[in-house]
Ligand binder design. Structure first.
Ligand code: AMP
Ligand code: MG
Length: 401
C-alpha cells in the first residue's frame, strides 16, 4: 500500500501544466496568479496628509503650546482629490483633509485637534502643539516603490492582494485556468433530497460537500446525476463526465465489493489506473488514474473519507493545476487539550476542533461515516499508527476553513 507522501507525489506529478488566462480583477479573488506583478506606481503616488488638519512648516510651530499658541495665516484649502497651485511659506498654513496632497513648502501636518479657529482670528489659525518634520505626512512610495514586486507567480489572489493590485491601477491579471471538475456519486442506495426516504435508502451528501471544497480550491464543479451500482451505467456516467470536464471526482464504488465498479469501468473505457490504495485513515481505498490527459479521483463513499481524502490528495492537485505554489493544507500549531488515540495500523488524520487559543480537541466520533464530527471539525491532526498523543502534546493542525 502506498504511503501518503508517495501517493501525493504521484498525483502531483500527473497534474497537467497550468494554462493561463487574463482575468478581470473584480473576478480574480481566489484565483492563482500566473506572473510576477511589479508595481507600475509608487504608493502613495504623492506626499499626502494622514489627518484632517493644517499643512505647515514644523520650524514655525516649534514653540507652540496650548497657553502660548502660534498664529499662522491660512492661505488655502485642499480637499482630497484636489491640488494647490500656491505654496506654504513661513508663517502660513493650508487646510488639509486625510489624503489631501501636501502643498509645496510644507513639511508636516498638525492635526485639527491641536488647532483653534474662531471668528476673532479673521481667518488665521492658532496652532496649540509643535509637530516634528514629517509628522502626519504619508510620504510618496513609503508603502510601495514603483517596480517592486507586489505578488509572485503562484500566489493565491487574496482579498488583500486584489486590493493592492487595484490600488496600483490594474484592472486585470494573468491567472491559472480553473479546472472544471465533474462530480459523480455512485451507489444504488443514494437518493436525491426532497422526497421521503425509501426503505434502505440514504440521502446523497457527497456531491454537495465536495462541490463546496472544490470551489474553495478554485475549481469549477459540475454536478452529474446519481449513478446506480451497475458496470455499464458507471462506465457511461464516467464517459459523459470526462467528455465535459478536465477531471472527474467520484464517490463510492472503489472498495473490494462486487458492487464496486469505478476501477473496472474506468479501465474498460481506456483509463490508466495509477493506484487505488493509500495507507491512511480515513480513506484507504482511493483511486487515482489518468484518461486522455484528464484525471480521475475515485474517493471512498463514506462521507468523511470522501472529504478528508479530497482535502489531502485532490485539493493539492487542483491548486497545482492552477499553478499555485502552496498546495498543502496550511498547518497551524496547536496543543492537545485531551489525548488523541490511534489504535490502528494506518496513519489516522483525525478530525479536531481547534479554538482561537490553539487548544485542540477531538471533534467527536472518528468513524468514517460520522459526519456530525466533520461538521464541527476545523482541522485534522495526523496521528501515527498505534500511537496515543498525550494531552499537552504540540501538534500541527491541518486547516481547511
Ligand atoms: P462505498 O464506498 O460505495 O462502499 O460506500 C461506503 C459507504 O458510504 C456506504 O455506507 C454508502 O452508503 C455511503 N455512501 C456512498 N456514497 C455516498 C454519498 N454520495 N452520500 C452519502 N453516503 C454515501
Ligand atoms: Mg457503494
Amino acid at each position: 500500500m502506498l504511503q501518503f507522501e508517495e501517493a501525493l507525489a504521484r498525483v502531483l506529478a500527473a497534474v497537467p501544466s497550468p494554462t493561463r488566462e487574463n482575468v478581470p480583477l473584480n473576478e480574480a479573488a481566489g484565483r492563482v496568479l500566473a506572473d510576477r506583478i511589479r508595481s507600475p506606481l509608487d504608493l502613495p503616488s504623492f506626499d499626502n496628509s494622514a489627518m484632517d488638519g493644517y499643512a505647515l512648516r514644523a520650524t514655525d510651530v516649534a514653540s507652540a503650546k496650548p497657553d502660548s499658541p502660534v498664529r499662522l495665516r491660512l492661505v488655502g484649502k485642499v480637499p482630497a482629490g484636489k491640488t494647490l497651485a500656491g505654496k506654504v511659506t513661513a508663517g502660513t498654513c493650508v487646510r488639509l483633509f486625510t489624503g489631501s496632497p501636501l502643498p509645496t513648502g510644507a513639511d508636516a501636518v498638525v492635526m485639527q485637534e491641536d488647532t483653534c479657529v474662531e471668528p476673532s482670528l479673521a481667518g488665521d489659525v492658532l496652532i496649540l502643539a509643535p509637530v516634528e518634520p514629517g509628522e502626519s505626512v504619508r510620504l510618496r512610495a513609503e508603502d510601495v516603490k514603483q517596480g517592486s514586486t507586489l505578488a509572485e507567480a503562484g500566489d493565491l489572489l487574496t482579498a488583500g492582494r486584489v486590493g493592492l493590485l487595484a490600488a496600483v491601477g490594474l484592472d486585470s491579471v494573468p491567472a491559472g485556468r480553473q479546472p472544471v471538475v465533474g462530480l459523480l456519486a455512485t451507489g444504488s442506495e443514494l437518493q436525491e433530497p426532497g422526497q421521503p426516504l425509501a426503505p434502505g435508502r440514504i440521502y446523497e451528501s457527497n456531491r454537495l460537500a465536495l462541490a463546496a471544497v472544490l470551489k474553495n480550491a478554485g475549481a469549477v464543479p459540475v454536478t452529474f446525476p446519481l449513478v446506480v451500482d451497475l458496470l455499464a451505467e458507471t462506465r457511461a456516467a464516467l464517459e459523459d463526465a470526462f467528455s465535459q470536464c478536465d477531471a472527474v471526482v467520484t464517490s463510492g464504488g472503489v472498495s473490494v465489493g462486487e458492487m464496486d465498479f469505478i476501477k473496472q469501468a474506468f479501465e474498460q473505457m481506456g483509463g490508466e489506473l495509477h493506484f487505488w490504495k493509500v495507507a491512511i485513515k480515513p480513506g484507504r481505498p482511493f483511486v487515482f488514474g489518468r484518461y486522455r490527459g484528464k484525471l480521475l479521483f475515485g474517493l471512498p463513499g463514506n462521507p468523511v473519507s470522501a472529504l478528508v481524502t479530497f482535502l489531502l490528495l485532490v485539493r493539492p492537485a487542483l491548486l497545482r493545476w492552477q499553478g499555485a505554489t502552496d498546495v498543502s493544507l496550511p498547518a497551524h500549531p496547536g496543543v492537545l487539550a485531551e489525548p488523541l488515540a490511534n489504535h490502528g495500523e494506518r496513519r489516522h488524520f483525525m478530525r479536531v476542533s481547534v479554538d482561537p487559543a490553539g487548544k485542540v480537541r477531538s471533534a467527536g466520533r472518528q468513524a468514517s461515516h460520522a459526519l456530525s464530527s466533520m461538521a464541527v471539525a476545523n482541522g485534522l491532526v495526523d496521528v501515527p499508527p498505534n500511537t496515543t498523543l498525550a494531552a499537552g502534546t504540540a501538534v500541527a493542525v491541518l486547516r481547511w476553513d
